[in-house]
Structure formats: C-alpha cells, structure tokens
Unconditional design. Structure first.
Length: 289
C-alpha cells in the first residue's frame, strides 16, 4: 500500500488545496458496451468503443498523475475507488478518497461524495460510443450538449441526474423529459453566467473601508425579519464605490423606503471576514432629509 507524505498527511492544511476534478478508479467494462443480442457488426463497434474508452479513461488519470491510476488516498494511504483530484498551492496534484475528504473538513461546496459519483457515472457512460445510449445522444445533440454542460459546470441536481440515468439505462426519453432537461440546464447556465459576471465586476472593486462614516447608497433589497427584540427591516445597499453592505434599516425609513431609492446614512461599517469588498452596517442614522 502506498504511504502518504508528511505534506499531505496528518498535519496538512486543507485550505492549501482546490478540487479540480472527480475520477473513477474502475476501468470501463466491456459488458457495459454490448447490447443484448448484438450482431457481429455491433460487437465489433462495441469492441472499438470499449478500447477507446479504456484509453480515454487512462489518459484522464495521466493528465494529473503521469504514473496513471491512483489506487490509494494521498492523505491516509487507504485503497480508494472514487477520487477527488486536488491541486496543492505548490502545483502538485493529489488524490483524496471519500472518507478522508469528509474527515479533514474539506470545503463542502468543493467536495461532495454524491457529486463525485455523479460526475464519474456520467463520464463513464458517455464513453460508450458504440452503445444505444451513444446513438441516442447523437440523435439529440441539444440534450447531449445540455448534459455535457451540466457535467462540466453544473451543481448537483437530482432531477437532471435522474433523467440522465434513465437515458443511460433505456436509451430513450419522452419529448417532455428532453425539453425539461434542456430548460433546467439553460436556467442553470443563465444563473451561472450572471454570477460569473457579478464576480468579475466585484473583482474590480477596491476593498471596503470600515468605520463610522456618512455615505450615499442605493437600496438593492428590503427584507422583513424577526429578532429577539421584535420585527426588523434588513437592507442590502450599494455604495457609490460599488461595494455592498447589509444591515438594519433606520426606524425613520421603515415605512417609506423603496427598492432603487438613494439614501444618505451615517453608520458604522464592519468589513466582512470572508470578503474584503463586502460588509455590514449598524447603528444607522437617516440623513436623507
């Protein structure tokens, strides 16, 4: 059994790693490519597809690990099948198994066991170029593109995963199912593009300045909430600098404030510990006049 290095072993820092891919240590099996009762020609095509899939599977591993498939976790040394490929800040690629990734406290948004298995299953199945599923995907390019985008960019989605597995198993979907998947992926794509644009815009912002001060801001959202002291109105504001801050609405504005309105406040701003461009305001006084 391979042993772990000190850097990736017991005393390593989880924040020094970013998950970059998910791989399955199981080699493609020939039986998965053969349709029951296949003709001689279909058997030949299935054989070629299987050989191609094996080569692709191995190349995927070698793109991160020149030695090939990693059968043991680089953190604990135990034998593994499903692998989260992580890149260390030093540039080195390492393989984490399911148990270790949960135990060491890897960022749950980066590492989800179900997501790993979903990605691995989709990747394995899309290699079956000689199968009925492969033919079905060729006949429905928009659906194929939607599944591919979801595999590469989407978040875990039980609905899309279920429809995908049905397509793999039966090589057939209803027109309503196909349309629903395409619509769901398009919705996810639009949301992802919007978030990416927002992140790109926020990346150009200067760090938020904290402290007690006066400022003008646009009201982006108004939300009613409840605290130990009763109902409160929460505001998300955008400053002239583009930075956003969140906090309680001054009592004087609670009944008249509207989204899009420009207000002038005096408040104490605290910069977020997680995002230097975002913060929270408190003890707000209305100076709008």
């Amino acid at each position: 059994m391979s042993s772990c290095t000190h850097k990736h072993g017991e005393h390593f820092n989880p924040q020094a790693y970013d998950i970059v891919d998910y791989l399955d240590g199981k080699m493609p099996v020939f039986a998965e490519f053969v349709v029951p009762g296949a003709s001689h020609g279909e058997m030949e095509r299935a054989t070629e597809a299987w050989k191609s899939a094996r080569e692709q599977w191995l190349n995927e591993w070698k793109s991160y690990f020149p030695a090939g498939v990693q059968r043991h976790c680089h953190h604990c040394g135990q034998q593994i099948r499903y692998v989260a490929v992580a890149q260390h800040t030093g540039g080195e690629f390492v393989a984490f198994g399911v148990v270790c990734a949960e135990r060491i406290g890897m960022n749950p948004d980066q590492y989800r066991v179900k997501h790993i298995k979903d990605v691995a299953a989709r990747r394995n199945n899309t290699r079956r170029l000689g199968s009925r599923f492969g033919s079905f995907m060729v006949e429905h390019p928009e659906l194929d593109e939607a599944f591919t985008w979801h595999q590469e960019n989407g978040q875990p989605n039980d609905f899309i995963n279920d429809i995908y597995l049905r397509a793999v198993k039966y090589a057939k979907l209803s027109e309503k199912q196909i349309a629903a998947v395409i619509k769901a992926v398009e919705r996810d794509r639009t949301r992802a593009e919007r978030l990416a644009a927002m992140k790109a815009k926020d990346a150009d912002l200067d760090d938020l300045e904290g402290g007690r001060r006066e400022f003008h801001a646009e009201v982006l959202s108004i939300k009613e909430a409840y605290s130990d002291f009763g109902p409160v109105t929460k505001l998300l504001l955008k400053l002239d600098t583009g930075n956003k801050i969140y906090g309680n609405c001054p009592q004087a504005l609670r009944d008249t404030l509207k989204r899009g309105q420009i207000v002038k406040l005096k408040a104490t701003i605290k910069v977020s510990d997680k995002d230097s461009k975002f913060g929270f305001f408190s003890r707000a006084i209305d100076l709008t006049g």
